[in-house]
Design a protein around this ligand. Structure first.
Ligand SMILES: [Zn+2]
Ligand SMILES: [Zn+2]
Length: 581
């Protein structure tokens, strides 16, 4: 949890430095913050075992940043952060986080209109003062208003990746501190693995009644609690240090399933299920399933027995959105959902040849330790200078290097690939003679998002028509809570992809998850194959695959729909350029 605290400070330092017009440093801080967020071991643990040296080995953390982390571990403060904060009005950094403002405009708004917080910004917008400023105009006023709306949305909700690790930590913590806990589970949208979640609900059963109180006191005094909103005999609510609200409830053992079902939702799913229960002469609540007339308890210990009693197969939480899962569960036609253990390889990873942090060898070793049969190195192409995209010469050199590295690895196949930019006209950033030398080509849009829908659709279709393209990377370009997807006619893309045998990606990065769940389902229904890719830029990011799998499950995907659920020997079916010897 310390990792997240420090990451938050680094992000804020990056913002302030940017406002102060400091070059380079903000990028370094953001990179470090991102690395900390995805790090699976606590920095405290690393520091205890290996000291400063250990911290410096975290990708993106150099000597200076390692020292700051050390200071935070020892004193819970970072001196430079505190002195930086004094240089600008509080609230200004927050202003800058609004998509269409950024550091330069934030400074203008502050100096010209005295705006230093969101409330002042909102009232200046209402009075149309901003459009009168030099370099702003009505269009940018409109964009700022939209940006403010997006900002408010993202602060009301958290990315799944910001909550799931905390949930796991809290559950483990409660289990160790209260051995009387019998069953414990997260519920709500976290359990349904929604891409963003509003809060965290935890349900518990205990072996003896007096242990409930112990759960309450341990929960409300955990180190990560910011403040306690309520503490009762069987239910408590706290706000965690990252502003996330977390609830814990102790329920009776014989209604744990009913409570879990009830608190997992979704609301729409539950309304429908309760309606069906009533039609069958029952009453369903968080306390169990009861006969309506006699009030006799019928089921409630497990979710499975409740669903069964009502005539349904067990429905995995990810599907409970009232979007056809009840009908399918009744007809015994629920999908055999893909699982993390079905994943046989990762087809989209970056190395330090472009904007990644690790060498080819390190990425391959990490992929091997995930138990994968294959991994595809897919660095950026030449136009993407900001990400150190590879020139043709460098790419050819990299292909040779991959062959060399392959000799050191007997148990994992390394594919030479590239994440090639789709240029504005739909042509690709490398010529065909080069593309055909690669095992796998991922084509992605990284620029020119603001294109009209028709033009963007034509652009992507042209790229898909290139015979050497295998996968369309992050097909809608969205970044959760930061950038809306670009306008594109997905139905048409699905149609072309299905016809040409092109694969669409679920980019598993937690702020992308692109394709998103509902689009995955439509793609599969259109006969399109999917690839779940980590898009890892460091070894410790390969594990984001879990979020991609969660998205695939929410999109009703089965292993047979996912190319990287197939064994190495089956890949030539999907990738024409792959030749196995
Ligand atoms: Zn990309
Ligand atoms: Zn990428």
């Amino acid at each position: 949890m310390l990792n997240l605290e420090i990451a938050r400070i680094f992000y804020e330092m990056a913002d302030i430095l940017e406002l102060l017009n400091t070059p380079w440093k903000p990028r370094a801080y953001r990179k470090a913050a991102k690395a900390l967020e995805t790090l699976e071991i606590s920095v405290e643990e690393i520091y205890e075992k290996r000291g400063l040296r250990g911290l410096e080995e975290i990708p993106g953390i150099g000597e200076r940043l390692a020292k700051k982390i050390e200071q935070y571990i020892k004193t819970r403060r970072i001196t430079e952060y505190e002195s930086l904060k004094k240089k600008i009005p509080a609230g200004l950094a927050e202003l800058m986080e609004i998509e269409s403002i950024g550091p330069k405009k934030a400074v203008v708004l502050w100096k010209k209109l005295g705006i230093t917080n969101l409330e002042q910004l909102k009232s200046a917008l209402d009075r149309h003062e901003i459009s009168k400023l030099r370099g702003f105009g009505p269009k940018s006023e409109e964009n700022i208003l939209k940006g403010l709306e997006l900002y408010r949305q993202r602060h009301a909700r958290f990315l799944l990746s910001e909550v799931l690790p905390i949930s796991k930590t809290i559950i483990a913590y409660l289990k160790t501190k209260v051995p009387e806990i019998e069953q414990i589970s997260e519920a709500g949208s976290v359990r349904r693995r929604k891409e963003t979640v509003g809060d965290l609900d935890i349900l518990v059963t205990v072996k003896s009644p007096d242990a409930a109180e112990k759960v309450m006191s341990v929960f409300t005094t955990m180190p990560y609690v910011q403040r306690v909103l309520a503490k009762g005999p069987t239910k408590s609510i706290v706000v965690l240090k990252n502003d996330l609200q977390a609830d814990v409830r102790v329920v009776e053992q014989n209604c744990f399933g009913a409570a879990l079902q009830y608190f997992t939702g979704s609301k729409e799913h539950n309304i429908e299920l309760r309606k069906i229960a009533v039609e069958k002469g029952y009453k369903l609540s968080e306390y169990g399933l009861f006969e309506r007339k006699t009030e006799k308890f019928v089921a409630g210990k497990t979710e499975k027995e409740i669903y069964k009693k009502l005539g349904f197969d067990y429905i995995p939480p990810e599907l409970r959105e009232n979007s056809g899962e009840l009908e399918a569960a009744k007809a015994h036609t629920l999908p055999n959902l893909v699982q993390v253990t079905d994943i046989k390889g990762d087809l989209h990873v970056h190395t330090n040849w472009s904007d990644g942090s690790n060498t080819i060898e390190e990425m391959v070793a990490a992929a091997q330790s995930m138990g994968y049969q294959y991994v595809c190195i897919s660095d950026h192409s030449r136009t993407r200078a900001i990400a150190h995209g590879l020139s043709i010469d460098r790419l050819l050199e990299q292909i040779k290097e991959i062959k060399k590295v392959q000799k050191k690895f007997k148990n994992i196949k390394i594919f030479a690939g590239s994440e090639v930019d789709i240029l504005a006209d739909g042509s690709l950033d490398f010529p065909d003679e080069i593309l055909k030398k690669l095992d796998i080509v991922i084509a992605s849009v990284h620029t020119g998002w603001k294109m009209p829908k028709q033009k963007m659709t034509a652009r992507i279709i042209r790229a898909l028509e290139n015979p050497y393209v295998d996968i369309l990377g992050h097909p809608t370009g969205r970044v959760l809570q930061r950038r809306e997807p670009y306008e594109v006619d997905l139905e048409q893309i699905f149609k072309v992809a299905a016809e040409k045998g092109k694969i669409l990606e679920i980019d598993a990065f937690p702020d992308r998850l692109d394709l998103k769940d509902t689009d995955v389902r439509r793609a599969i229904e259109s006969g399109v194959m999917i690839s779940i890719d980590s898009d890892a830029h460091a070894t410790n990011q390969l594990s984001v695959m879990d979020y991609g799998v969660a998205t695939a499950r929410r999109g009703w995907a089965e292993p047979k729909n996912i190319v990287n659920c197939y064994s190495l020997k089956d890949l030539p079916k999907f990738f024409k350029k792959i030749k196995l010897d």
